[in-house]
Write a protein that binds this ligand. Structure first.
Ligand SMILES: [Zn+2]
Length: 178
């Protein structure tokens, strides 16, 4: 795989790793709505998290926020992320709702109090660490939806370092602020 050691990153932080806990979230977090806004969210992330994911999907589909898909490229192809989605014949919102968000509460890779999440670039499994739902990120002015969008860009294929974690988050805030 094209992602080497430099794809391990520390936003405060997301970390790229290769093995995920076997938690089935396929029926969780909103699929009971029976509509096209179903999301794949581990219920341990709380009742609000599916709403955050839907909001992130809505933002990424439209307006300036969607320009993130031109700002950043897929490490595997070197092409803008919008080309990755085009190759998959999917939209930003549909892609985002296809990401599985899992709880990392008992995952040793989440033991750092500053690690928000980890994901392998190009992989649609995102592990959300307790620091995120404990609100550590808010000390730095980052909203949960910004973190979700940051992780979604990684899931589409964006690596890190470069671009730096803070650079990615700042771009998300700039493009997607309402
Ligand atoms: Zn990151």
């Amino acid at each position: 795989m094209a992602f080497a050691a430099n794809s391990v990153h520390f936003l405060f932080l997301c970390l790229a790793v290769a093995v995920f806990p076997a938690v089935d979230v396929s029926a969780a977090g909103g699929s009971a709505r029976g509509d096209d806004e179903a999301v794949l969210v581990d219920p341990r992330l709380g009742l609000a998290f599916p709403r955050v994911v839907r909001e992130a999907a809505r933002l990424l589909e439209n307006g300036a926020c969607r320009l993130l898909l031109r700002d950043f490229s897929d490490d595997r192809t070197g092409l803008p992320l919008e080309e990755t989605l085009a190759a998959l014949d999917t939209s930003p919102a549909i892609f985002l709702r296809s990401i599985r968000f899992r709880s990392g509460r008992e995952d040793p890779r989440c033991f750092s109090p500053y690690r928000m999440a980890y994901v392998v670039p190009g992989n649609r499994d995102v592990v959300i660490c307790p620091a995120l739902y404990n609100g550590v990120h808010r000390q730095y002015g980052d909203s949960t939806v910004v973190i979700v969008l940051h992780e979604a860009l990684h899931a589409m294929g964006l690596g890190e370092n470069p671009p730096g974690s803070r650079e990615i988050t700042t771009a998300v805030e700039h493009r997607c602020s309402r």
